[in-house]
Write a protein that binds this ligand. Sequence first.
Ligand code: HEC
Length: 137
Amino acid sequence: MAKWKQVLILSSIILIPILMGGGLFAWFKISATRHAALWQGVDISDWAPLESAEELARGARIYRQSCQTCHGVDGVGIIGPPLTDPKWRDSLGFPAMVNIVLSGVEKTPMPAWKGSMEPESLHVVASFAWSLSAPAE
Ligand code: HEC
């Protein structure tokens, strides 16, 4: 094999992962920055659970993608705690729950979704998660 071909192959083997890694990093960075901008000035303290069938269906779709691996189908709980227990829901209140989803829980697997979810999506998915536990009678 010609020397220049070896150089070409070797340098692609080295360069391709670097470029891909750099691209991925830049993409995450851009995504996080964009989401941070979307959250600027958003006040969740007066958020109430959304209740329309359309909003809950959208929330359910996001739940299946982002939450179900840890919280289980219908919130029965796997790695994450069950979301079906009315006790936590009643003691927490909706804005505090939204805040958990927004900021995550430090030193646990519960991630912060602020950097990857826009306010509208987070509101519908939190509303869906909220709907998984019926309020205590
Ligand atoms: C990688 C696993 C994982 C994913 C994905 C995840 N969670 Fe969690 N979640 C956890 C864990 C673990 C906890 C418990 C944290 C603790 O010990 O306080 C938790 C806690 C919570 C709590 C607080 C419940 C309570 O009993 O206090 C809520 C609400 C919640 N998650 C909602 C969500 C929603 C909504 C999503 C999707 C947008 C999601 N989680 C995605 C692992 C996860």
